[in-house]
Design a protein around this ligand. Structure first.
Ligand code: PLP
Length: 395
């Protein structure tokens, strides 16, 4: 019998990947029987291809011989492009030396949590929220302190709720806006209030997951954690290319770190993956510096789908859905159907051929909800809602 480390048991997962695999198997079975394919509203990734000029840049980088290791922190030109993009979007000056490029959004959260988490420490994280936060906190041995996000507050977090959970043992606070799985957007005033409270606690770091910061609707605005100079030595700002440029499979992300932590995080990179593959980093420069029309077109499409799914979800018996302000998720309350979230997830998939994800995959405060990703065609969204409506009639 092998003896693995005890904390391996504490590692959670992201159910979206299991649902994706189940949906794929069921899809094959349905097609073999001549039934309509599964409509996947489970996985959170844009259904658009990566814009062509980005792909071409990566191909050219390979042809030009960029086959080797790069600096672990990321190619300087890429880090400079990130700093310029942050300046353009958030009107902030960022030293490219504080930018650390990693394979996707996830490594930043894992590294940040491992840096601060250990037995005796506490880390506050959004619930419902991206499941990797809790998983990594528990793996680190720290106490995971959920910050409940409420439907009645359109799933924005409230600074007072964060502050109320802070203790002497708090080492790290994680926030995410626009949010997965709810599409919730936290207003600037709440960010201001939280920033002011954190400035009084220089021993507490904040990880602000801003991976959906370009995906906001109806004129909503994003307030980056980078806009608070007082938090310069505490704030870790996570962002990346996956969602904004439809690049989930490329594995490219970054964070802006407090200066004092850069050396440690680069060491973690050297220990873990050495560097992001070189052609992807060149693609990342092309994405940031090239034309943004494709990004705008995707956003316009997501917004149109958002309106469709919101209206159709609210018309389903037993469903009610608050308006998501960002990202590409809707998070309806389904208590009125009489089904638990898991029952609804399973029946939607098996009987209606629609993949969605049960709320409890995202936290202990998410029973009674389902996550739908509307990164799918309007036609598929309409068809999925029709199928769910028909299933609910039979309950
Ligand atoms: N942060 C949030 C809130 C996410 O929803 C996701 C992906 O779904 C990530 C980070 C991870 O992104 P990546 O695929 O770039 O690792």
């Amino acid at each position: 019998m092998l003896k693995t480390a005890a904390n391996l048991q504490n590692l959670g997962t992201e159910t979206a990947f299991d649902v994706l695999a189940r949906a794929a198997r069921l899809d094959q079975a349905r097609r073999a029987k001549g039934e309509a394919p599964v409509i996947n509203l489970g996985i959170g990734q844009p259904d658009f291809p990566t814009p062509a000029h980005i792909v071409e840049t990566a191909v050219k980088a390979l042809r030009d011989g960029h086959h080797g290791y790069t600096p672990a922190q990321g190619i300087p030109a890429l880090r400079e492009a990130v700093a310029a993009d942050l300046n353009a979007r958030h009107s902030v000056e960022v030293d490219p030396e504080r930018v650390v490029v990693v394979p996707g959004g996830k490594p930043t959260m894992f590294f940040a949590i491992l840096m601060f988490g250990e037995p005796g420490a506490e880390i506050i994280y959004p619930d419902p929220g991206f499941p990797i936060y809790r998983s990594a906190i528990e793996y680190s041995g720290a106490k995971a302190v959920p910050l409940p996000l409420l439907e009645e507050n359109a799933f924005a977090f409230r600074a007072d709720d964060v502050i109320a959970r802070m203790t002497e043992r708090t080492r790290l606070v994680i926030v995410n806006s626009p949010a997965n799985p709810t599409g919730g957007v936290t207003p600037a005033e709440e960010m201001d209030k939280l920033a002011a409270a954190l400035a009084e606690r220089p021993d507490v770091a904040i990880l602000s997951d801003e991976i959906y910061s370009t995906m906001l609707y109806d004129g909503r605005e994003h307030r980056s954690i980078l806009s608070y100079p007082a938090l310069k030595d505490q704030a870790i700002m996570l962002d990346g290319w996956s969602k904004r440029y439809a690049m989930t499979g490329w594995r490219l992300g970054y964070a802006v770190w407090p200066e004092a932590l850069v050396e440690s995080v680069v060491r973690l990179c050297v220990n873990d993956h050495s560097c992001v593959n070189a052609p992807t980093q060149f693609a990342g420069i092309a994405a940031l510096e090239g034309p943004q029309d494709a990004v705008q077109e995707m956003l316009t499409a997501f917004d149109a789908r958002r309106r469709v799914i919101l209206e159709r979800l609210n018309a389903l018996p037993g469903f009610r859905c608050v308006e998501p302000g960002g990202a590409f998720y809707a998070f309806p309350n389904i208590e009125g159907t009489g089904l638990t979230a898991k029952q609804a997830q399973d029946r939607l998939l098996e009987e209606a051929g629609v993949a969605a994800i049960a709320g409890p995959s995202f936290g202990v405060h998410a029973e009674g909800y389902l996550r739908f990703s509307y990164a799918n065609s309007t036609e598929n969204i309409e068809e999925a809602m029709t199928r769910i409506g028909a299933l609910l009639e039979t309950l």
